[in-house]
Design a protein around this ligand. Structure first.
Ligand code: CTP
Length: 381
């Protein structure tokens, strides 16, 4: 039995990139041997075990064959006789198919080191198509390493187009898509993820609500000579970045369609409530803030209340950061709208309910009086 470090850990070590987690492959073992050595099986689906002390993942060398649609349409074969080269050949990219033994010796049957030097994301074999999630993975790696000059190989892009057009992407689970999207949004060049998906003909199929994203970005940048990517990069979380991108992609929609499309996107992606919140309230907050001076006091108050900004002050900064990053025309900046908005929130929070109670207001009357004062502040803001 022999163990090798494989996948991302070897790739990132060779790139001098931080190694976040380590995966191992075990050749010449079987389930009984692993259990006898104290490894714990991870799940019933794959022959993967956790090391008794390091808890790192050790997978038995295996071959895979597709025998149906989607992620579950797989059969795999793991036995003591599966070689390291056979295991490496079922992997997605040449740069992910390099193994390192305990002496630091590399096994690299698909010239992954050369592709690392040439900065090429190239698939190992036609078996790449067996897992359509790889279309998203390649786009994500392109987003991660774009600043180093990495590009997708022409033949890999062609294969990604075939996968997209085959309809296989629709069999991916929503959870796996969301996981890849969330990770891609956190990469150094998230826009590259969407560019590669678009070139692969996958963008419209996976995220129809974002299909106008790239053309809108190009037209904004070329008309106004504005650099948009640093604005996106200024947002720290995946949810904020998605809200920003959604708004750019949907900016030509009428407001009723915009709200309906927020619902569709979030339902499709099954994104967490925190992300749904950011997308929804950016879609109403941004247009409102752009017309702040002429907006109706009731519209201002509705937005503040429906986004729960009075009771939950921690929600304010992440939402305003997106709205500010969308203000590429710098309208709010010139008009000081964000400062006015923050001032209004402060005034609304300072309305003295106790003083009104002392004046004799109670029940529904007290509610009406508070609302009157709130609307007055909104009008003067
Ligand atoms: N792999 C694959 N196809 C997939 C998923 C994984 O071929 N759909 C293989 C690749 O060899 C990959 C390895 O399994 O390098 C480990 O996968 P994972 O941990 O998901 O990714 P990493 O390559 O380690 O990348 P990351 O840094 O994003 O974790």
């Amino acid at each position: 039995m022999k163990t090798y470090l494989v996948g991302g850990a070897v790739r990132d070590k060779l790139l001098n990139y931080p190694v976040l987690d380590r995966d191992w492959v075990v050749v010449g073992a079987n389930a009984e041997k692993m259990l006898a050595l104290g490894y714990t099986p991870v799940g019933a689906d794959f022959p993967v075990y956790l090391h008794p002390t390091s808890k790192e993942e050790y997978a038995l060398a295996r071959t895979e064959r597709k025998n149906g649609r989607g992620y579950k349409g797989f059969s795999f074969h793991a036995s003591e006789n599966v070689t390291l080269e056979q295991d490496l050949s079922r992997r997605d990219l040449t740069i992910n198919a390099i193994a390192e033994d305990s002496a630091g010796q590399l096994t690299d049957p698909f010239n992954g080191q050369q592709d690392l030097t040439d900065k090429i994301l190239r698939h190992v074999s036609p078996a790449f198509s067996e897992d359509p999630l790889r279309v998203l993975r390649v786009a994500r790696f392109a987003a991660r390493y774009a600043h180093l000059g990495f590009k997708v190989a022409d033949e890999t892009l062609a294969l990604m187009q075939v996968i997209s057009e085959s309809g296989e992407l629709q069999y991916l689970s929503k959870e796996r898509i969301w996981q890849e999207l969330e990770r891609a949004l956190g990469e150094k060049s998230p826009l590259v993820f969407f560019q590669v998906l678009s070139e692969s003909h996958a963008l419209e199929r996976l995220f129809p609500e974002l299909k106008a994203l790239l053309s809108n970005l190009t037209s904004i940048s070329s008309q106004k000579n504005i650099e948009l990517e640093p604005r996106l990069q200024s947002l720290p979380t995946a949810g904020q970045r998605l809200a920003w991108l959604f708004f750019i992609a949907q900016q030509d929609q009428a407001s009723a369609d915009l709200i309906a499309n927020v619902q569709t996107l979030c339902r499709q992606l099954r994104c967490p409530n925190t992300v749904h919140y950011l997308i929804k309230h950016t879609a109403t907050g941004y247009p409102l803030l752009s017309l702040w001076a002429s907006a109706a006091p009731s519209a201002k108050l509705n937005f503040i209340q429906s986004a729960d900004l009075l009771r939950s002050p921690l929600k304010v900064a992440p939402l305003l950061a997106i709205i500010q990053a969308l203000d590429y025309r710098e309208v709010f900046k010139q008009q000081d709208y964000l400062a006015k908005f923050s001032q209004l929130l402060k005034q609304l929070r300072e309305i003295d309910h106790q003083a009104l109670i002392k004046q004799g207001f109670k029940g529904a009357q007290l509610g009406l009086e508070i609302k009157k004062l709130q609307l007055l502040h909104c009008e003067n803001s």
